[in-house]
Design a binder for this molecule. Structure first.
Ligand code: WT7
Length: 667
């Protein structure tokens, strides 16, 4: 076996993953892929694209932008990188994302084609053509204008997975109002923070949403977030009727969607947007502080969502594509809404999730709607694997042609199971690596061109320059672990952190400083590159944890815990979890007058749910009299990670201030 240089940052779980994947020798050739009119037909064309993007990136991206997008006014320059890390793409041009997603398809005679097929959790189905979607988007845009929304005003969405979520996003884009979608599973406290950070003027929500045989009260959460004038920027709330729950209405502030929108005109010209005008803000967790508002702009993001969707999924004219994400995450933005619609494809949206009362939900949908391309998360695949192939085997999955995964590293066993059981051995699996910050996929196989290896995201897409470096920013050798970085700007890159350009610069571009002074983008992941140049992602190397593909900052959870009156100090770490990738373990010390108890443990777990949302609920809370700290007062998380994983604490503990703490924690 090769020599493996593991960094200090890698957990034993990550090192174990390196060991496993190094032994992974199975290769699946691209010839097994069947698409009638593929965009990238094979290895030759793919290599040519890689070569021309490398030789002259500006010309590569410029040509793509002209070929793939409609421009009201063409751009003057492709990339302006004169003030790094602040990029300007396609400066001087004007376009509108909804023109690319709607108008141009209708003008091309595709008005009657189905844009969205939607199935609700209770089984209700809606099919929306491109022309109908256009009408709904225009009506909604006009309603937003009537509520006083102007170009540049922020509109927040806090919605279930209903077509109105996509319609609202597009309506905002139509009139140049950036949207900020807040996942419906976040609590009202988390919503309030995001509304205030973005200074949202309107909130679009629903009376409720169906989730796992239960109803979630979205409107109540909005009401609590806005209570006592705690979000002064919010002027109106638009409410979609979904569950028919009794909700309270504030006159003059709250409006029913159907009352406000149905009567509006279906004519609304697309606002001519500058390339760098904001399209949306989307909050994501980092290792420090509150979640940051990742800013994406119009043309570059549109191009990247469009191109990556086309290259990777290559949806054919009569095919149906389904991504199981929620629109509250970047995957939903890029690969339920913008990527598919910009390409004129049919995108399937599902309100439900598999649950004990319906474990075959996904397979039933694939059979019923003849899904051809299916994109989901490794955590879901591992859960299906655990409940056995007996469930999927009851369904006809023969419509499937291509399978994708995203969100976390996939273990080779789950990859093979996905390919064999769900793909029946003849669908390629594309493991796509990317982030909220990258706007779209960065590392992924191209089905017709690139051989796949189970557990590897394979190769960077054309025009994307990736490397693995050490802490000094120097490239490391083949098979050595290091930091995953991106070495040149790309159209879909985030432009800044909303309201905090300093944080943008420091977190992503100055974390690693190569000696040549160049700006390289630090992704926050550890990775390794093999002999064939294939990338194997090891997971986060910062204080971000990934629970079922949901990204959470340990510090956010710690702040939630210490905001409880009983808690003095808290340290949160991820613990390897077979199904969810990681689970949350919190070490907590209490205020002097407080007692440890099982009751308090449950109270604290619920407190975190109230502060952040159910996805942040700690799996375990361990009470302790003290946390392990260095002499300078820094919590030694490495020790806590080992303890949480039930491993022996290895490595240097000489900097530990009080050795007794470790003994106490062990017991
Ligand atoms: C983090 C980004 C991008 C959409 C979903 C998550 C992890 C993402 C993979 C993959 C290994 C992956 C990384 C990344 N991740 N895809 N294919 N293999 N890890 O977006 O919430 O911004 O999280 O998810 O750790 O940094 P996100």
């Amino acid at each position: 076996m090769n020599h493996i240089d593991t960094f200090d940052f890698m957990s034993s779980e990550q090192s174990a993953r390196i060991e496993t994947v190094l032994q992974e020798e199975r290769i699946f050739k691209p010839s097994q892929f069947v698409a009638k009119e593929a965009t990238i037909t094979g290895l030759d064309q793919y290599q040519q694209m890689i070569a021309s993007a490398k030789a002259d990136p500006d010309s590569f991206w410029g040509k793509a932008a002209l070929a793939e997008l409609h421009w009201f006014k063409p751009f003057d320059s492709v990339l302006d990188w004169s003030n790094p890390p602040f990029a300007k793409w396609f400066d001087g041009g004007t376009t509108n994302v909804t023109y690319n997603c709607l108008d141009r398809h209708i003008l091309n005679g595709k008005g009657e084609k189905t844009a969205i097929i939607w199935e609700g959790e209770p089984g209700d189905v809606r099919r929306i053509t491109y022309k109908q979607l256009f009408d709904e988007v225009c009506k909604t845009a006009n309603a937003l204008k009537d509520l006083g929304i102007k170009k540049g005003d922020l509109v927040a969405l806090y919605m279930p997975m209903v077509p109105e979520a996509a319609i609202s996003m597009l309506a905002c884009a139509r009139i140049g109002a950036p949207h900020s979608v807040v996942f419906g599973g976040f609590s009202s406290e988390a919503l309030r923070d995001r509304l205030n950070d973005g200074q949202a003027k309107v909130v679009i929500t629903a009376d409720g949403g169906f989730r796992k045989d239960k109803i979630i009260s979205l409107k109540d959460a909005v009401d609590s977030a806005l209570a006592n004038k705690s979000c002064p920027s919010v002027e109106s709330v638009l409410v979609v009727k979904r569950t028919n729950e009794n909700i309270s209405f504030v006159p003059g502030r709250d409006y029913w969607w159907h009352e406000l929108i149905n009567s509006k005109s279906n004519k609304c010209e697309a606002e001519h947007m500058e390339s760098e005008d904001r399209l949306f803000v989307l909050y994501t967790s980092g290792s420090t502080g509150k979640p940051k508002g990742v800013v994406h702009t119009t043309a570059g993001y549109n191009l990247w969502a469009h191109l990556t969707f086309k290259w990777i999924f290559d949806v054919q004219e009569n095919e149906v594509y389904w991504c199981t994400a929620d629109v509250g995450w970047i995957t939903g933005h890029s690969y339920i809404v913008y990527g598919p619609l910009s390409n004129g494809s049919t995108t399937f949206m599902y309100e439900g999730v598999p649950r004990p009362s319906n474990p075959g939900a996904f397979w039933e949908i694939i059979q019923k709607h003849k899904i051809n391309i299916f994109y989901t998360a490794p955590t879901a695949i591992r859960a299906f694997m655990k409940s056995g192939r007996g469930i999927p085997d009851q369904y006809d999955l023969s419509s499937l042609r291509l399978l994708g995964t995203v969100g976390e590293p996939i273990n080779p066993e789950a990859w093979i199971w996905y390919r064999e059981v769900i793909g029946q051995g003849n669908c390629p699996v594309v493991d796509t690596w990317w982030q909220t910050e990258t706007g779209g996929v960065m590392i992924s196989p191209i089905p017709n061109a690139v051989s796949t290896k189970p557990g590897s995201a394979t190769l960077p897409l054309p025009g994307i320059e990736v490397d693995i470096v050490n802490a000094a920013g120097e490239s490391v050798q083949t098979d050595q672990g290091g930091y995953l970085v991106i070495k040149r700007p790309w159209p879909g890159m985030m432009r800044t952190v909303h309201g905090n350009s300093k944080r943008f610069r420091e977190t992503y571009w100055e974390y690693l400083k190569p000696k040549n002074g160049k700006f390289i983008y630090f992704a926050g992941d550890g990775a390794r590159r093999d002999n064939d140049g294939y990338y194997w992602i090891m997971g986060r190397v910062d204080d971000v944890i990934n629970v079922s593909g949901h990204r959470l900052g340990t510090m956010e959870i710690e702040s939630a815990l210490v905001s409880h009156a009983s808690v003095a100090e808290a340290a949160v770490v991820g613990k390897p979890d077979e199904l969810r990738g990681e689970s949350i373990v919190a070490f907590v010390t209490l205020e002097a007058d407080k007692q440890f108890s099982d009751n308090l443990l449950e109270i604290l777990k619920s407190h975190v749910v109230k502060e952040i949302g159910a996805i942040a609920r700690p799996e375990e809370i361990r009470f302790t009299n003290a946390l392990p700290k260095t002499r300078s007062g820094k919590i030694m998380r490495r020790l806590l990670r080992s303890l949480a994983a039930g491993e022996d604490v290895k490595g240097d503990t000489s900097t530990l201030e009080d050795k007794n703490v470790l003994d106490e924690l062990r017991s």
